[in-house]
Design a binder for this molecule. Sequence first.
Ligand code: SDX
Length: 430
Amino acid sequence: MPDNSTAELRLHGKTYTLPLVEGTMGDKAIDISNLLKETGYMTLDSGYKNTGSCASAITFLDGKEGVLRYRGYAIEELANNCIFVEVAYLLLHGKLPNEAELRAYRDLIGRFALIHEDMIHFFDHFPSHASPMSILSVMVNSLCNFYPEMSDDPLVDFDVTSTRLISKIRTIAAFSYKKSMGQPLVYPRHDLCYCGNFLNMMFDKPVHPYQVRPEVVAALNKLLILHADHEQNCSTSTVRLVGSAGVNIYAAISAGINALWGPLHGGANEAVIDMLETIYADDSNVRKYIDKAKDRSDPFRLSGFGHRVYKTFDPRGKIIKQACDEILGVLNVSDPLLDIARRLEEIALKEEYFIERNLYPNVDFYSGIIYRALGIPSNMFTVMFALGRLPGWLAQWKEMREDSTTRIGRPRQVYTGEPARKFVPLAERK
Ligand code: SDX
């Protein structure tokens, strides 16, 4: 009977046996932990398209069926029935909080909302046009200097540190916006919820008080939940890799923020709006831009389309697309870019080029439409992605640090450079 728990590899006439690993939902892997030692061969997998970096119990994706679950709960259920801090608790603690736990968690988050007054002076030294993502990664990285009392083992204070970060990232983001607008800072209030506080810090003005609307708070909760985790994406893998070196958690999260900034990753939500505005300004000529996206000689790609894992609709994109109508209707906003986005999707999904490559709208394709309707500027869209993703990064960092098999992440390479060469002293070089 074939042994289903191992794979055989034949190399130069010798057979090697490699253990097979199967996840809770049937995802399969060949464990190659000892491959180099046993065979002298490593594997090569540019972009890690075929490589699992870890075992994780946090998030499950099925790219074929378009399934996303946080700790076993379907994203649709969480997005439609929870608030963001409830989902943050789920990701960090592995269970949904009961009423007392949620009340205590919300209270603790409220207490950590202020940033040290010394940090506020940092904002005075960024140029007014500074990228909010660069400010966010600098400020988060700097937080480690304000808590010298923390244990050398960041796991010891993890609950405090993670709650502090989830609370303060909101304040840092809002303060950077106020500074860029030349408006006075609006401090967090204890009577407002997580999202309501953020919106108030962003949009309240002494001469024009901001009204925190429940519909807007609900929309922001949904968007942050949809971005909260996504297994081993680029920025989460960055947090794990940087964290595996034993660096403090603020530095690991700051590294994740920088990875997320990329237009191929979290920066795509801002790139989508830029793309839609370009199409709108070009006589809304959607056909022209779909042809450009298909043309291999043209570097243009449809931002917000395609995904490394999803080869069908991104479930988050479907929820956000549905929410667009609802939220724009409540806010009585009509956005011509939404019509262009819809036409782009409708035409692209009928084209062989996109069908044969399984290219569908992803989480970034419609999210910017809602952020715009909430009044958030496009250069802060990726900051919003970071606010949502922070609990996921923290949960993944903790899982990595608690895993006794974790070693410092250090991939190998196949060397393709010069063979050994004899040194030539400067005077003898041609
Ligand atoms: C996020 O990983 C995650 O989970 C990420 C994320 C999360 O929650 O953390 O889901 C968030 O980052 C979503 C993705 C946001 N990025 C974009 O929307 C940028 C546009 N999309 C792409 O650049 C691309 O689809 C990626 C980066 C998302 C995925 O790239 P892959 O898996 O490396 O695929 P690829 O570049 O090898 O593309 C395969 C083919 C190529 O054509 P061929 O060489 O086969 O002819 O599809 C083409 C690509 O040219 N293609 C596109 C395209 N995306 C891929 N063609 C036109 N427009 C696109 N958007």
